[in-house]
Each structure stands twice: as structure tokens, then as C-alpha cells.
Design a protein around this ligand. Structure first.
Ligand SMILES: [Zn+2]
Length: 400
């Protein structure tokens, strides 16, 4: 008994339902996992996160390493105890953050500038991260202090934080890197994956709940690289897999499809950093099981909310006298108690409740959307549900 397992339920093409078992409970998949970067889902109490139907939360090893430090989280009894969340937890490896925040380039969104450049630094930015075959040296985005992550350090940090599911340390490349660089980086990530497994096994203790380890599949937009990475890491003893790295939206479905075709069927797959409705459908259809993304909560704090007929911004003057809920079809606390007019006012007045109420809605909307996909796969009408939802959603967004 490892305390971790995955069982596949119904299928519809490559899409599937399942149950991930962890020492802190089960996750019925497909599932959207809200992000609690610094051991808090911003603006929400853990009880609220639970009420929204969220089954797990994902925190960032990089942020918790810098603040408050893994030793404090460990002394508190691990991530769940520290943040008062009794359900399953994930931590990402820090690989994305040491290179994106550390290097100062603007994550995936700014990766497609059209230039081919292996210097992963935004123009004019001070070099804040250096990658070599052994690890990454980076400067803290908080105070500029210098730190070094290796596969071993990432495993030590994640073991101390103590989430149910940890990720192997990988190198984040961008769409601007040359193919030669991607090939070299992929081999580096493969060697790091082996080192992560060794260190993670070394750190296991019978006194601590079993911590699952997911390998991360890189390879950018190249089919052969993605398939090779999935085969190589698929042959290693990981409990599950993350699909990461630079992904252009238009290639998302293909990339996830190549990877899931090569990965072992019986292990769960997590699509890292994906949470827009259309992308979630593409990921589920291609065989991904879980998803995390800061977008629903980040957009909420910027007054943008999702509805079945598209996304809109509560701050526009159209909502000043709109005494209807954000989404009449939504069962969340915000939609059952508040009007768009109130939210418009609260955002205008910069009241904290505005972020809380909008986050409640967007996270509930996203969790419920993926729950709906799970139900549709079980019923056998996932394709029809997808077509129906996306038709309404993008027609609405286009006219908004
Ligand atoms: Zn709502």
C-alpha cells in the first residue's frame, strides 16, 4: 500500500474519467485544481474553496521556498496543516518559476515574440537565472538574493512542504528557443528526472504520508521531442505525469494528444498551467486528467468574469445599474446573493470583497465546467457537450 493510486472509469475517445487516491483523500477526474501559490488561494478561505467543489489545491515550491521557507511548512505539519486545507495537495517543482520569475521574462504569454533566441531573458532585463547541466542559479524576485535549485534541492524542498503530489524538476524552455536548444534541454530534463527519482526515494520516510512524484514532459511544439520525452519518462517509475512547457494555444490539442498516446495508460496526467474553457476541453478530449491555472482567480481580481455566454468585465459602465447576477445559471454564493451592479461598485471603490466575490464565481465556474465534462464522459455525450458549450461561450465572447 503506497497510499496513492489511480483508477480509470469511463472513456470517450481519448477522454476519460478516473479517481486519484492520495493520503488526504480522492480526486475524481477530470478535475480543475485551484492554485494556492503561497499556500493560500488568493482572496478565499479554505472552507470556501471546499464549498466551491474544489477537490485539491496546488502550491508553488519556489514561492514557499523563498517565503516562509520549507522548514517552517514542515514544522507546521506540512502544507495542508499549515494552510488549513485537509484535502489533497500538489506542489509544482519550482522549475517554471526559477526560470520565468527568476529570469524575468513574461512566462508563456510573452514567449512567442517571433525571435529565435536561446538567451531566455527579456530584452533590457538583468540576467536573473542561469541554467547549467546540474541545476539553476537564480535571484529571488523578492529581494535579489542568490539561490540554487538542483533536482535534489527541488525534491528536498517538496518533501519538506509535504504535498501529496510533487513534480520532478525540469527546465522550462520558451517557444523562442532554437530546436537545437530544445533537444539539449530535453536531455537535461530527462537526466534531471532520473536524479529526482533517486533523491525522492532517498527522502521517503515511514513517518510521513506517501508523496507521489510526477515526471514532467517537455519538448515545446515538436512532435518527435514530445513523443520521445513521453516514452523516456513513461518508462521511469513515476506515479503520474505533468505536461508542461511552452505550448501555443493552437497546438495544445495536438501536443497533449502526442504525449498521452505515448504515456502509460494507467497513470494520471496533469496539464500544467491550463485553465481557459476552450483549453480545458481540448486537454480533456486529448486525455489529460487534472489541470491547474491561476487565470480564473487572477482574472477575477482584475474584474473579469466567466459566463456560459463568454467572459466580460464587471468594471465597464454597462454594469452600473445591472441588478442581475453575473451568471443566472451559476449556483455560487456570489451569483445567488449579489448583483453585477454591486460588484461594479465594489471594484470601483476598490473594496476587498470585490476580489473575493469575483474569485468565488470564476473558480466555481471553472470547477463546475470540468465537473460537467466528467459527467458528460460518464453519460457518453462529451463531444456534444463540448460543441454546445464552446459554441455559446465563444459566440458570446466575440460579441462582448
Ligand atoms: Zn457564480
Amino acid at each position: 500500500m503506497t497510499g496513492f493510486g489511480f483508477t480509470i472509469g469511463a472513456r470517450s475517445g481519448a477522454a476519460r474519467t478516473g479517481v486519484i487516491r492520495t493520503p488526504h483523500g480522492e480526486i475524481r477526474t477530470p478535475a480543475f485544481i485551484p492554485v494556492g501559490t503561497k499556500a493560500t488561494v488568493k482572496a478565499l478561505l479554505p472552507e470556501t474553496v471546499r464549498d466551491l467543489g474544489a477537490q485539491a489545491v496546488l502550491a508553488n515550491a519556489y514561492h514557499l521556498y523563498l517565503q516562509p521557507g520549507p522548514a517552517i511548512v514542515e514544522e507546521a505539519g506540512g502544507l495542508g496543516a499549515f494552510m488549513h486545507w485537509d484535502g489533497p495537495t500538489f506542489t509544482d517543482s519550482g522549475g517554471f518559476q526559477v526560470l520565468s520569475l527568476g529570469a524575468g521574462f513574461k512566462k508563456v504569454l510573452a514567449m512567442d515574440s517571433g525571435q529565435r533566441d536561446d538567451d531566455v531573458i527579456a530584452e533590457g532585463k538583468e540576467r536573473l537565472a542561469r541554467v547549467d547541466d546540474d541545476g539553476v542559479t537564480f535571484r529571488s524576485h523578492l529581494d535579489g538574493s542568490e539561490h540554487r535549485f538542483t533536482p535534489e534541492v527541488s525534491m528536498q524542498v517538496q518533501a519538506a512542504i509535504g504535498a501529496d503530489i510533487a513534480f520532478a524538476f525540469d527546465e522550462l524552455t520558451t517557444l523562442n528557443n532554437t530546436r537545437d536548444y530544445q533537444v539539449m534541454s530535453l536531455e537535461r530534463t530527462r537526466l534531471w528526472a532520473e536524479r529526482c527519482i533517486v533523491e525522492h526515494d532517498r527522502l521517503r520516510s515511514p513517518d510521513r504520508p506517501y508523496q507521489a512524484l510526477y515526471g514532467v514532459i517537455q519538448g515545446a511544439q515538436y512532435e518527435d521531442l514530445r513523443r520521445t520525452a513521453a516514452r523516456d519518462l513513461g518508462a521511469m517509475h513515476f506515479d503520474g505525469y505533468g505536461i508542461g512547457g511552452a505550448i501555443e494555444k493552437r497546438n495544445l490539442s495536438d501536443i497533449v494528444g502526442w504525449v498521452t498516446e505515448e504515456l502509460p495508460e494507467g497513470r494520471p496526467r496533469h496539464l500544467l498551467g491550463i485553465g481557459e474553457p476552450g483549453d480545458l476541453f481540448a486537454g480533456v478530449a486529448a486525455g489529460a486528467d487534472t489541470f491547474d491555472c491561476v487565470s480564473p482567480s487572477r482574472e477575477a481580481r482584475n474584474s473579469a468574469v466567466y459566463t456560459p455566454v463568454g467572459r466580460f468585465n464587471l468594471l465597464t459602465s454597462a454594469h452600473k445599474r445591472s441588478f442581475e447576477p453575473i451568471d443566472a445559471e451559476c449556483d455560487c454564493y456570489t451569483c445567488t446573493h449579489y448583483t453585477r451592479a454591486y460588484l461594479h461598485h465594489a471594484f470601483k471603490a476598490k473594496e476587498m470583497i470585490a476580489s473575493t466575490l469575483a474569485t468565488i464565481h470564476n473558480v466555481r465556474f471553472t470547477v463546475r465546467l470540468v465537473d460537467g465534462m466528467r459527467a458528460a464522459i460518464e453519460r457518453g455525450d462529451f463531444d456534444a457537450m463540448r460543441e454546445d458549450f464552446l459554441g455559446r461561450y465563444y459566440a458570446g465572447t466575440a460579441s462582448a
